[in-house]
Design a protein around this ligand. Structure first.
Ligand code: HEM
Length: 510
């Protein structure tokens, strides 16, 4: 029999059942006599088993493995010309944040040091509601058509028959999506394996909108640049760590915060006026493209610091619910179709994963007071008392003023959205710059090796050739060097239409 003090928690709490009934001995099931059958009246035992049976909630369908922590965002620069968000009405103002930094494809127990995109979520609690940044550690994404997302995720996860990751599925998808090559070069380059979660940058990837007090729109992309720089691991070291210390990323971030080495990110935006957006070389709704920094410089807006580890991972990190649709006045979504789909998908999955009242969970509840006509449902903790549950004329709520719409620009946007489906020569330009100008020879060497080591496992020759033709469209030598390493003949570049086709909407909109 364990001694009594084993069950005395450090806070001095007394052991009870879930209804608060104090229990003398947790390790004793009620029986008839010493060796007789277990009794149904033993609520302590049934309470324990029944709760245990329900401990798991669905893990996130993507981004299941993550580190998380709390801290603050601080406004460092006046951007009232860009946004009327109350958060930015004073330099030095702070908002409490929770961040969740994740891998994408692996399950909740998977290794941290895999070659994969990383998720970068931050919840800012402002006086006008929660503003979530649901970013990645890469400035671009694999595609710009949201209908691809579930297919894409399936090909990065397990084969339906073998239940293993499958190189054929992986490259079959990408080799049919040429616009993915920009992101692929980043993924298979040095930044494809960050050294832990707190040594990497975060990027909105999408274009969002700021709206100022006069109703003017500025498009923006956000960049969170980590102090101390982006640190990476090479494939060999990463594989070694994955075997020996799969939770390396969780451990290193937790320990850094415990030891007072708080991770800090400086936050910047690149902005464009409507006119600049309409005449930009690339489509602002195309998330496979960056905005060149020389033309659209980074403008500092704030910084955020993670200085507190969660006390309880499940309550503070697993139950957190981030969504790009959690916005505040002065910040809006662009009409990027991938973003538009995400605005739906996150709250949808969270209603399934956490329940219809997921916003009432302590970690998600806004500090701003809530008043609306949503009522009841499973696990309601905030019922809004006797406030009317409809738009009452007797006891009305107050409503904020509507912002003006920009009708002319909306017509342009309709055309810009329609143009997103065609792949053109423009889709290889930025990947070509990465290969030729940003990567030095040793980075190119590592990229070629990383891709070859992965694509070598593909059994279908046609998939490999198709992918090589995409690499050749970026730069023939990139393709040839990979082909040499995987013993395939050189291939010619994928033929795509001229960029003028993609730029058509810009000429016709004025
Ligand atoms: C997580 C869907 C594209 C970043 C998720 C989740 C879903 C999802 C269902 C799980 C959320 C949860 O259970 O709470 C989609 C769809 C996409 C898309 C349908 C495209 C159509 C993207 C893009 C980014 C991104 C482009 C980054 C720019 C993230 C992050 C998480 C996440 C960071 C983890 C959120 C967390 O920490 O809880 N996504 N996603 N996703 N997604 Fe996406």
């Amino acid at each position: 029999m364990p001694s009594e003090e084993v069950f005395n928690t450090p806070d001095g709490a007394t052991y009870t059942t879930s209804n608060g009934d104090p229990i003398a001995e947790p390790y004793a099931v009620q029986r008839i006599g010493h060796n007789g059958p277990v009794l149904l009246q033993d609520f302590h035992h049934i309470d324990l088993l029944a709760h245990f049976d329900r401990e798991r909630i669905p893990e996130r369908v993507v981004h299941a493995k993550a580190a998380g922590a709390h801290g603050y965002f601080e406004v460092t620069h006046d951007i009232s010309d860009l946004t009327c968000a109350a958060l930015f009405n004073k330099v030095g103002k702070r908002a409490r944040v929770t961040a969740r930094l994740s891998t994408v494809a692996g399950e909740a127990g998977s290794a941290d040091t895999v070659r994969d995109v990383r998720g970068f979520s931050v919840k800012l609690r402002t006086e006008e509601g929660n503003w979530d940044w649901v970013f990645n550690n890469t400035p671009v994404f694999f595609f710009r058509d949201p209908s691809m997302f579930p297919h894409f995720v399936h090909t990065q996860k397990r084969d339906p028959q073998t239940h293993r990751k499958d190189a054929d599925m992986f490259w079959d998808f990408f080799s049919q999506v040429p616009e993915s090559v920009h992101q692929l070069l980043i993924l298979f380059g040095d930044r494809g394996i960050p050294d832990g979660y707190h040594h990497m940058n975060g990027y909105s990837s999408h274009t969002y909108k700021f709206v100022n007090a006069a109703g003017d729109i500025h498009y923006y992309k956000m960049h969170c640049l980590v102090e101390g720089g982006f640190r990476t691991l090479d494939s060999t070291k990463a594989a070694e760590i994955a075997g020996q210390d799969p939770d390396y990323g969780l451990k290193t971030m937790y320990n850094a915060i415990e030891q007072g080495h708080y991770p800090v990110w400086n936050v910047f935006v690149q902005t464009m006026t409507i006119d600049q957006a309409e005449s930009f070389r690339y489509n602002i709704l195309d998330m496979t493209k960056i905005w060149p920094h020389a033309e659209y410089p980074l403008r500092p807006i704030g910084k955020f610091v993670l200085n507190e580890n969660p006390k309880n991972y499940f309550a503070e990190i697993e139950q957190s619910a981030f969504s790009p649709s959690h916005l505040i006045p002065g910040v809006e979504a662009s009409t990027d179709p991938v973003l538009q789909s995400r605005l739906f998908a996150y709250p949808d999955t969270q209603r399934y994963r956490l329940g219809v009242n997921y916003q009432q969970l302590p970690i998600n509840a806004p500090i701003a007071p809530i008043a609306n006509f949503q009522r009841d449902g499973r696990a309601t903790f905030v019922s809004q008392g006797n406030r009317p549950n409809y738009k009452s004329s007797i006891q009305p709520l107050s409503y904020i003023a509507r912002t003006a719409s920009q009708a002319k620009h909306e017509i342009w946007l309709g055309q810009a959205t329609a143009e997103l489906s065609s792949v053109t020569e423009l889709d290889f330009e930025q990947a070509r710059i990465l290969w030729n100008k940003i990567f030095d020879e040793s980075a190119r060497e590592r990229l070629v090796k990383n891709v070859s080591d992965h694509i070598r496992n593909v059994t279908s020759e046609s998939i490999k050739r198709r992918q090589l033709s995409i690499f050749a469209a970026v730069e023939q030598t990139l393709s040839d060097r990979i082909a040499d390493l995987i013993d395939l003949p050189h291939v010619t570049p994928l033929q795509v239409p001229d960029p003028s086709a993609a730029l058509r909407f810009q000429a016709s909109s004025h």
